[in-house]
Design a binder for this molecule. Sequence first.
Ligand code: ZN
Length: 273
Amino acid sequence: MLTPDRISLNTATIKMQWSLAEAIEGCARHGFGGIGPWRDKLQEMGVEPAARAIRDAGLRVSGLCRGGWYTGEGKLTQVVLDDNLRAVDEATGIGAECLVMVVGGLPPGSRDIDGARSMIEDGLVMTLEYARSAGMPVAIEPLHPMYAGDRACVNTTGQALDICDRLGEGIGVALDVYHIWWDPEIREQIRRAGKERLLGFHICDWLVPTQDILEDRGMMGDGVADIPGLRAEVEAAGFTGLNEVEIFSAGNWWKRDPDDVLRTIVERGRTSC
Ligand code: ZN
């Protein structure tokens, strides 16, 4: 049972329907505890107006999506590194509880996954140095292995925590049910992460069958992921952040009235989380 004040709305969930300003109002209207904006929506509204509107609505910012993408240009270019510094500034500007990192997949044309992984770690080191000085926690989001080719070569919670172990303070993980539900080691890895490094928790459901690996996530209760079980684990490990609902759904939820989407989230929080 999850009450709306324990829920945050990741703006990807209503990205086709609402601007950030509309999403902030929607969250307040439905009694949500927070919001998790994506940078495109944030930049569209402007960091200062967004920060003001979020504050006025009494919402927490569970995280800013997303920094990372270190492999996007085949090497760590200044453009990529600067964009990550900007992401830290934006996260700080809206009082985000962490900056979520989707670290990047294989560089275009590459077959060198080990090389991509070391490029990612080098990039994280550089972003982390700046993020530490800004007091902004950096959260690696491990992505399901099916995204290793094009989105993220960090694919398990264990792998993400190995990076955290090497990099030290100021970095942890954002765990997304969509990406972690299948992992036989997930429970021990959540305990290993501990309170300090559990920076974000994203929820949705895994549909059977999944029609599209990117844009066919399910509403909580419509799939096969053990959301209550995973939530119990992160909370037992000390996580006190919000449950950020992140549903990419081209065929279903993106086509609906966004107020209906938020009403459904509130209801499923009660019945399926
Ligand atoms: Zn996520």
